[in-house]
Design a protein. Sequence first.
Length: 213
Amino acid sequence: MMEATLIIKLPECWISSITEEGFTTKVLELMPDNVEGGRGLVLLSPPMQRSIEEIKEALKKDPSVKDVEVAKVAQNLYLASVILKRCLLCRAILGNDIFLREGRGIGLGVLEWDLLAVKEGSLLKLIQTLQNFGCEVKIKRVKGVESRESLTQKQLEVLRYAYFRGYFDFPKRIKISDIAKKFDLSISTVSEILRRGQKKILDEYFEKEKGRF
C-alpha cells in the first residue's frame, strides 16, 4: 500500500472554470457516478464576495458540469456538490484499487491529488490509464504505508462496494442490509467490517497530524 501525490494536467477539467477566475479550491471527494460521469464535493473560496447563484454560474461554465448545489459554510467559504457528465479522473480510478483523498486546483486544468494506492501496481496502472486519456502526470511524492495499516481483502471489497454504491452519501443510497446480502454476511459483520475499515483509512489519513491533539 502506498500514499502518493500526483500533479495531473487534464485535457478537460471542471475546476478550470473557477480557478481561472481566482477561486481557491479543495476537492474533498470525487467518485464515479456512471461509466463517464462522477460526483464531486469541493470547498471554494472566491477572490471577492460572490452570491451563491454567481458561484453556481461560474461552475456551470464548464460543459462537463451537469448540476451543482452550493451552500455557504463560513465567511467567503462555500461547499459545492457537483454532478459531472464527464470525469476522466473518475473513469481512471475505476478498477484500479485507488482511494482519492484530497485534490487542489493549482492552475488552469491542473490538479494536485493525494491518494492511496491499495495494491502493488495500482499507482502505475492509474498513471498509465490517465496518460491514455491524454493527461500529463507527474509524481510529486510517494510513500509506503506499513503493512500493519493495510486493509484486509474482505474489508477492501466491502468498503469499495459501500462507497461506490452510496452508503457514505447523505442521504444514503444503499442500506447496510443490502451490502450484507451482496456479500452473504450478517448485518453485524458488515457493520464491524465497515467500522474497522474506516478506522484504518482514517488512521492513515491523519497519521501526519498525530500529536497535535
